[in-house]
Ligand binder design. Structure first.
Ligand SMILES: [Zn+2]
Length: 72
């Protein structure tokens, strides 16, 4: 954990936590539904089948890592 958010308020941290929980919840839901998009919902790039089989996902690797960066 970095202290980059040291200047932030508890409210920001709380919101980030909520967003992270929402993100996890979304992943969990799509996992239960067995849904896996064939194309990235963000950029429309096809998602490799190996990736879709490994984990139900809606985004390509690039967008996924971008989203994970944002949720940090
Ligand atoms: Zn994408």
């Amino acid at each position: 954990m970095s202290t980059a958010w040291a200047g932030g308020t508890d409210a920001i941290l709380e919101r980030m936590e909520q967003m992270t929980n929402l993100f996890i919840e979304e992943q969990r839901k799509s996992m239960y539904a067995g849904e896996s998009a064939t194309h990235c919902e963000e950029c429309g790039e096809p998602i490799p089948e190996s990736r879709r089989q490994a984990i139900p996902c809606k985004y390509c690797l690039a967008c996924q890592s971008e989203l994970e960066k944002q949720s940090r």
